[in-house]
Design a protein around this ligand. Sequence first.
Ligand SMILES: [Zn+2]
Length: 189
Amino acid sequence: MVETVLDAPCPVCGKRTLVYRAEELELPYFGKCLQTTIICKNCGYRHADVMMLDVHEPMSYELKIEDVRDLNIKVVRSTSGTIEIPEIGAKIEPGPLSEAFITTIEGVLNRIVDVLVQLMHNTPELRERINEVLRKIGYIRHGRMKATLILKDPLGNSAIISDRVKRRKLSEEEIKELKLGEITYEIRR
Ligand SMILES: [Zn+2]
């Protein structure tokens, strides 16, 4: 791991206490990736990203979640990646606040649950709809419902690490459709 002290003010506290960390990881089927993190040692501000070193094309990955064992499949989502699970209407889009993560399918589901619980708190009128989605997520986590995880990245820095994943290049139209909004959860009304 490489750690460097940056000569730049922290975007949150303004102090010159930022460090940059870079770590190279070897991913099965994808080769090397570089995980980078900027951390403020004063206030704890953190920004993480991930870059594939061997893949550079706009890619789409699609995986059917069919079994509890699939929950352990690793997902690499860079700040330019969009995640969708159409069966539950979930979409995690890139944006200024979005963080890169390397997690498992279970970790992705947990992040969606966090967003939904927050959403339920802010918009009580959507409570029933949200409960319905939370129930579906419960079924997926117990292997009782099949779902599709789609991960699209116009910069090719995201991936689903499995030999069962369907991978293909994104078309020009698909690249144009990918938004650069904030992390949103669109609930169908
Ligand atoms: Zn700071």
